[in-house]
Design a protein around this ligand. Structure first.
Ligand SMILES: *[C@@H]1O[C@H](CO)[C@@H](O)[C@H](O)[C@H]1NC(C)=O
Ligand SMILES: *[C@@H]1O[C@H](CO)[C@@H](O)[C@H](O)[C@H]1NC(C)=O
Length: 291
């Protein structure tokens, strides 16, 4: 340890001891976990490693924020702030067909001065995130809804709010392990395969050639199930985590249905039931992957 970093460490420990002994019973001004990154790496790294795992990047569902006002807002307690509330306001600042919205989020009662809560906000059409350190009212802008479907979804069900319970530090530390899963490289691909092997005990051996086959409509029967498992790229990383938390081996799936006239319909995962698509092409290719 260099002299400057050990000086920093002892200064930190002194301040920390002073604070903890003098303000007992009061709100702690900061918590040890919050300031770990300021410590010399040789000290902080082993502590961090023991504290965090990929489990920390699993968000917990707080609730859905529907259209409302401060008086009928969604309320919850979080890791760093004990009093939180949120409500949605629809607007048309963009002058577009469906307009947009503002999510108001009020943060109160901090546990410490340095702690920050990290949130993920999602509709079926987008995912965004934000973090809050200060107790006050914050806003999150949705300039324009993607279209009728998102507008109606938010009107009916609201925007889903997820809390990263591990906090900023825990989340990013856990992401450090998970980051390679999202890189579109050979390294990313082997990281995904490795992750599935370590965490789910599944292996993805290379399938012998041919890797591509043509399937004609006549080969498909009602109830046939097609599953694709991505292991590379951005969606590969998402699918890996999805597989891990749900225990499934497939990512994207489709069920084929034939009606009484023998017309083929394909219901694809990720679409709502009313969007089941009639099958239009004389043939399609399916890349076969084996779990
Ligand atoms: C928003 O404003 C535009 C232009 O004035 C209008 O055509 C549209 O219908 C409005 N949308 C909503 C959701 O009010
Ligand atoms: C699949 O069909 C297409 C179009 O008929 C053809 O070009 C391609 O070579 C076929 N692939 C295989 C693997 O049979």
């Amino acid at each position: 340890m260099s002299p400057s970093s050990s000086a920093l460490l002892s200064a930190f420990l002194t301040i920390y001891c002073l604070c903890t002994s003098n303000v007992q019973g009061l709100k702690a001004p900061f918590r040890a976990r919050d300031v770990l990154p300021l410590l010399p790496r040789s000290v902080s790294w082993p502590i961090l490693k023991s504290l965090h795992s990929p489990v920390d990047i699993l968000p917990s569902f707080v609730g859905s924020v529907a259209e409302g006002s401060p008086y009928n807002a969604l309320e919850w307690k979080a890791t760093c702030f004990a009093g939180n509330s949120a409500w949605m306001e629809f607007h048309n600042k963009s002058g577009s067909e469906f307009g947009g919205g503002t999510l108001h989020i009020k943060i109160r009662n901090a546990h410490s001065w340095t702690c920050m809560d990290l949130y993920v906000f999602a509709t079926p059409y987008r995912v965004t995130w934000d973090y809050y350190v200060l107790a006050r009212e914050h806003t999150l802008e949705f300039k324009e809804w993607e279209g009728k479907a998102e507008f109606e979804y938010v009107k009916r069900k609201g925007v889903s709010v997820f809390l990263m319970e591990a906090g900023m530090l825990g989340t990013f530390q856990a992401l450090w392990d998970v980051f390679p899963l999202f890189t579109n490289t050979g390294w990313g691909e082997s990281s995904n395969i490795e992750f599935l092997k370590n965490h789910m005990g599944v292996s993805f051996p290379l399938r012998p050639q041919p890797w591509v086959t043509n399937v004609s409509v006549d080969d498909i029967h009602s109830g046939d199930f097609i599953a694709i498992s991505k292991i590379r790229g951005r969606w590969g990383g998402f699918e890996t985590l999805e597989k891990w938390v749900t225990g499934t081996y497939a990512g994207h799936t489709a069920v084929c249905l034939k009606d009484s006239e023998g017309k083929l319909w394909v219901a694809e995962s990720g679409y709502e039931v009313e969007e089941v698509l009639p099958y239009k092409f004389p043939w399609f290719s399916v890349t076969l992957l084996t779990p």
